[in-house]
Each structure stands twice: as C-alpha cells, then as structure tokens.
Design a protein around this ligand. Structure first.
Ligand code: GLN
Length: 484
C-alpha cells in the first residue's frame, strides 16, 4: 500500500494534502461509530503534508514514507500534542518532547493523523479499560477490536490510517491485529527505542507497526529501528531496509510448531491453523514439532513480573508532576468543600481518582509481590522461570528457524464478555505473552476468517523468530500473504 501511494505522489496523481484530507474525511465519517481515535491532529497532518507537497513541487525526491498518513497510539509522546495513555490521570497532559520513534518518523516525512485509543496505560486486551470508551471491531460493532492497541488496529482496518504505531508488552500489537484482520509486528526487545513511550513494563515493552501488508510493516520498521542513546536497552543495529528481504522464497525454512498449543484450540480455530501449516508445507518449509517445556508457566510469570514493573513505573503519577491533581477542583469531584490537602492526601486522592480499576489492581498486585517477605516467593521465582523459558527458546532455535503458533484462542470476543472477570481476560493472552517474556520478534499475520454468529471474523496466526531475525519473520509472513 505504502509503495503504491508513494508512486501516486511522485507521479503527481494525488497530493499529500489531498491524501491526508481523504483519510481525515474517512475518520470523520466512521469514527463516531468505531472510536479508534482519542484525538485527531488535523492541523499537524495538513502542515506535514503540505511540506511534502512543496518538496515535490520543487522537484526534490521523497522517501517512501513521506506524505503517507498514519496514526499513533496515545501512549507515545508527540511534542505539543495531548498524550493521555487513555487515563484520567493524564487527561490534560501535553507531551513536551517527541518519542524517538516520532522523531524518526518526522525526519522521514510521515504524516500524523491523530492519537489512537488503548486500554489505560496499555493494560488490557480489549480497550474496555480506556477512560474514554471502547473501540468497536471493524467487522462487528458488538465486539472488541482487541487491546491494548485496539484503536491503532481498527484505524488501519477501517482505512482511517494507512499505518499505525502500537506498543506491545504482552500482545498489544499482535492481538488487536488478529481481531481486526491486519498485520502487527512486535520487534525484538531492543530493536526499537522505547524513549517517549509511556512505560508499562520496561523489560517487556516494544513499539511496532500495524499495517495492511507485511511490506508496509517492514517499511515502518526500517524507519523506527536502531540504537538510541536515550534508551540504554536499545541494541546495536545498523539501519536496514527490511523490505528488501521479502523475497517470498522460504524453501528449506524450518518452522516449529507446539502441539499443546494447537490441541487446545476449538475445532474452527484448529482447522484454520492446520490450513496455514499446509500452505507452508506447500511452499517448501519443513514443519517440525518442538518442545517448550516451561511455556506452561508463561501466564503466571507474566502476570507476576509485569505488575511489579507496572507498580514501579506508575509511581511517578503522583498528582504533582503530571496531569490530574486533587487541587484540580473540576476533576476531583470534591467541589467547593475541598480543603487544603497534605501532600500524602494529594498523592492518594489523585491516584484514587486518576487511575482506573485495572491499573489499580495491577499496582496492588505488583506492590504486594515486591514487598519484603513475598519478593523471593513471587518476583524472584518468576524471574528464574523467565530464564528457563528463555532457555527453552534458545534450545528450540537450534532446531528450527521460526515458531508458528496461534495468536489468539478465538476471533474477537463480545464487548462486556470478559471485562468483569480479569482472570478470563488474562487467560486469553496465553499465546502472545511468551514472545515478550523472552524478547523475540513476533508477528501476527491475517489468516482465514471464522464464521461467528453470522459474521465472518478475521483471526491471525503468529510467527516468532530468533532474536534480531526480523528479516526471516517478515519474509515468512510475506510468503503466506502472497500465496494464501
Ligand atoms: N493484554 C496484556 C495485558 O493486559 C498485554 C498488554 C500489552 O501488551 N500492553 O497485560
């Protein structure tokens, strides 16, 4: 898609301004029903687009992404733009700086249409934890678009953006991509700088693209990847053009499958994944069963370590430094009877009013697991099991080049179906969280559609690759996309 639009821009079949206006018109038309966007940055988009048009008019050459409109998850900072992380506590927060990914996209001439909806601070799988409302599924308005990057996935699926950025701590790019029928890539931990992403769990978080095609994901990754002095965990990696590796040739590639994962699926989902495996066999890949003995502990490991990191990262939201403060009368709900507060009361009240239920739950779980007497039994033990899971992957990657798994147990679920039962919601993350526990790159690729209550709902599948082997992950995904 990006390449075709780029061609149209340089052939002067369309201007960047007109392209941005077309997408803005689509947002205007559809977004009142779906709610993919928290804010639309029309002025910024048009200003960025006009700059590209001026360049073209001067006869200068433009980069692939120049003038191509996209959407940014609202937990990524754009200087001068409201950035809420879908939380009341950041309702009035305007970012004073650009995230590194934003800086890079700006340097490459990308156009920003707006900021997309998410679960509060990226905690959730449905956007139902957003302080602003739920993003509806593009295929069925009664269903969720997934989460936490549900707004980004829906925006791309609805043609309200050509591409979008999301963040993925335990599936938040890949799961909504699966529910909305788009491609979602979580890069290797360290591939993309996290500077300027509002942190959830820092040893899991990665930023990545959601797009219509694998090539588009490769194009975005090429722009946002790279080492950054503002993020000590960003890895050495020279600028690469990932799109170059999309040959579609995968003969001899060894793809591992995990039997327990597939056996646990429902009939329709099992059939869908079996067809995908057959396609890969036809394309010349070798399918091998592999054993990952410790992945059965992924859910407890994730849901212990992540809340620990959450409780520490969210300590900064104290009602003083950012956003909502209890002294902010309108938001406090306390009205005129408000009395001057002690500092501790300001902290407590701001966090009580500012954070939603799920965020409070995780802060409490994390604080508990880190407290003295429990630290060894929970946090430390979970970290040890995390190492065992990583070792499982190291061994598996001696035998196979990639691992193919489901990404979600089912297609999109109904709005309200799981929100009252957090455990139900967590359990559905079973296939997505492991890639973040071990840090490998993982992509969700649209597979077949599954008929559910009269709607044909998309469902994706996942490919996990070796650390820093995005080339193969993207190429094997691309091979399916062009041959399915
Ligand atoms: N659903 C997962 C969670 O709630 C993943 C979130 C994410 O990747 N940001 O933690």
């Amino acid at each position: 898609m990006i390449r075709e639009l780029h061609q149209k821009l340089i052939n002067k079949e369309i201007t960047a301004e007109k392209l941005a206006l077309d997408y803005l018109a689509c947002i205007e038309k559809k977004d009142k029903d779906f709610f993919a966007y928290i804010s639309v940055t029309k002025d910024l988009a048009l200003e960025q687009a006009r700059k590209v048009d001026e360049k073209i008019a001067r006869g200068e050459s433009i980069e692939l992404l120049e003038g191509i409109p996209g959407a940014i998850k609202d937990n990524l900072c754009i200087s001068g733009v409201r950035t809420t992380a879908s939380s009341k506590i950041l309702d009035n927060y305007v970012a004073p700086y650009d995230a590194t990914v934003i800086k890079k996209l700006k340097e490459n001439g990308a156009v920003f249409l707006g900021k997309t909806n998410l679960d509060e601070f990226a905690m959730g799988s449905s956007t139902e934890n957003s302080a602003y409302g739920v993003t509806k599924n593009p295929y069925d308005l009664t269903r969720v678009s997934g989460g936490s990057s549900g707004g980004s996935a829906a925006a791309v699926a609805l043609d309200e953006a050509v591409w979008a950025l999301g963040t993925d701590t335990g599936g938040s790019i890949r799961q909504p991509a699966s529910f909305c029928g788009v491609v979602g890539l979580k890069p290797t931990y360290g591939r993309v700088s996290r500077y300027g992403a509002i942190a959830m769990a820092s040893s899991f978080d990665q930023i990545g693209p959601l797009t219509k095609t694998v090539e588009d994901a490769a194009i975005i990754l090429s722009v946002i990847a790279g080492q950054d002095k503002m993020d000590a965990t960003s890895a050495h990696s020279s600028g690469k053009d990932y799109a170059k590796y999309l040959t579609g040739e995968i003969g001899g590639m060894r793809i591992g499958i995990v039997k327990e994962y597939i056996d646990g699926l429902g009939e329709k989902e099992k059939k869908a994944i079996s067809e995908i495996i057959e396609t890969y066999k036809k394309l010349g890949a070798e399918i091998k069963e592999i054993n990952l003995p410790h992945i059965k502990y992924s859910l407890p490991v994730y849901y212990i370590i992540v809340p620990c990191e959450v409780s520490s990262n969210l300590a900064r939201f104290d009602g003083i430094k950012y956003g909502l403060s209890i002294d902010d009368e309108e938001n406090s709900g306390l009205g005129e009877n408000r009395m001057p507060k002690k500092l501790l009361e300001t902290y407590l009240d701001s966090r009580h009013y500012g954070f939603g239920k799920e965020v409070q739950r995780r802060i409490m779980l994390g604080t508990y697991a880190l407290s003295s007497g429990y630290y060894d039994a929970y946090y430390l033990r979970a970290q040890k099991v995390r190492t065992l899971i990583r070792e499982d992957f190291e061994k598996a990657f001696l035998e196979v080049d990639l691992i193919l798994t489901p990404i979600t147990p089912t297609a999109a679920f109904k709005i309200g179906e799981k929100i009252e039962d957090p455990l139900e919601m967590y359990l559905a993350d079973i296939f997505s969280i492991t890639a973040n526990i071990v840090g490998v790159p993982a992509i969700s690729v649209p597979g077949t559609k599954i008929e559910t209550d009269g709607h044909d709902l998309p469902i994706g599948f996942q490919l996990m690759g070796k650390w820093f082997d995005e080339e193969n992950v993207l190429n094997v995904a691309h091979a399916y996309e062009i041959n399915k």
